[in-house]
Design a protein around this ligand. Structure first.
Ligand SMILES: C[S@@+](CC[C@H](N)C(=O)[O-])C[C@H]1O[C@@H](n2cnc3c(N)ncnc32)[C@H](O)[C@@H]1O
Length: 314
């Protein structure tokens, strides 16, 4: 296997020259040369983190501290990043590393004894575990605790709950590979900081529609309507292969409906992003429907200007 060898790509490797900004083809490489170079390039791309760690460890051991640090500075390498690479490389012996796994997989097991590292990495490779899932299996990653609810009250609330599914955890669609999920009763029990007059936009995956309506009622909102997000790519499903998701709307108190000019169509065509990611356009849509309000996103994964956000992956 060549894959554990370090591929060296530099200006001397004719007929390809790699520069910081791209690749120059010098001359007329044969198909085999072109293919071999692509292989090396891909290999270096995949190996770069852990190989940089090995490189740094060698330099630290071999040359005095000052010289080693100077090179880091000249190369523009961030000391903290290289230290992380170096620490994983030092803890996971070369013979324990597996070609098909990423740097993140190796980082997950780095603090464990070598025997455990071997067992867990082999399992990750066999069962195609993501680093997140490997963390769970290894017991090295505890879910971040539930953060305290944000202060204040909000008249516009947008939520995308971490529904727990009944199917087995090796299933491709299992959200627990990406984030911790919550029991229905725990979602319903959340104390929602809603204003007396408020509106709720609640994402419901198709299998969880009944539960979403339960959550809406438990949070004190009356169901009003929904809109559909039609995705550009088809997904998984036991009856239909899913290509849409519903955004339910509920109301509490007496918040006026949007003025006619601010009512969007009930169908949104938008691309499917990474797992569970909802279309960016929805924020703008809500802000147009309810301008100048106090907005709160529950189960948020990234902050948005003008919005309060709550979630354990922020
Ligand atoms: C369906 S995802 C939200 C995705 C988000 N709408 C987006 O577009 O990226 C649910 C989120 O709830 C978070 N979560 C799970 N359990 C939680 C808890 N107990 N408290 C707060 N957040 C939690 C998950 O980690 C995940 O980030």
């Amino acid at each position: 296997m060549v894959s554990k060898q370090l591929a060296i790509i530099d200006a001397d490797h004719q007929p390809f020259v790699v520069t910081r900004t791209g690749l120059r083809v010098v001359g007329t490489p044969s198909f085999e040369e072109w293919k071999a170079f692509g292989y090396k390039l891909t290999l270096v791309g995949k190996a770069v983190a852990i190989a940089t760690g090995d490189w740094a460890n060698y330099g630290k051991e071999r040359y005095e501290q000052g010289r080693y640090k100077k090179v880091m500075a000249i190369l523009g390498l961030k000391y903290g990043t290289v230290r992380t690479y170096a620490s994983v490389a030092a803890r996971v012996e070369l013979s324990n590393r597996l070609d098909n796994l990423s740097f993140q997989h190796h980082a997950v097991v780095a603090a464990l004894p070598a025997v455990q590292q071997r067992r867990l990495l082999a399992r990750a490779e066999k069962d195609h575990l993501s680093p997140f899932e490997l963390k769970r299996v290894a017991g090295t990653g505890r879910a971040k605790p539930q953060p305290p609810m944000v202060k204040g009250t909000y008249s516009v609330i947008y939520a995308d709950p971490p529904w727990k599914y009944e199917y087995d955890s090796s299933s491709r669609g299992d959200p627990q590979k990406f984030y911790p999920t919550m029991e229905l009763e725990a979602i319903k029990a959340l104390k929602i900081p809603k204003a007396l007059d408020a509106v709720l936009f609640l994402w419901a995956t198709n299998p969880k529609l009944a539960e979403a309506l339960e959550v809406m009622a438990a949070w004190g909102f009356d169901y009003r309507t929904n809109m559909v997000w039609v995705k550009d790519r088809i997904g998984l499903g036991y009856y239909f292969r899913g290509q849409h998701e519903l955004l339910l709307v509920g109301k509490c108190g007496d918040l006026r409906t949007p003025t006619e000019a601010h009512r969007p169509p009930s169908v949104l065509h938008a691309r499917r992003g990474k797992h569970s990611e909802k279309p960016e356009q929805v924020y703008g849509m809500i802000e147009t429907m309810y301008p100048h309000r106090e907005y709160l996103e529950l189960f948020a994964r990234k902050p948005r200007k003008g919005w309060a956000a709550w979630g354990n992956q922020l």
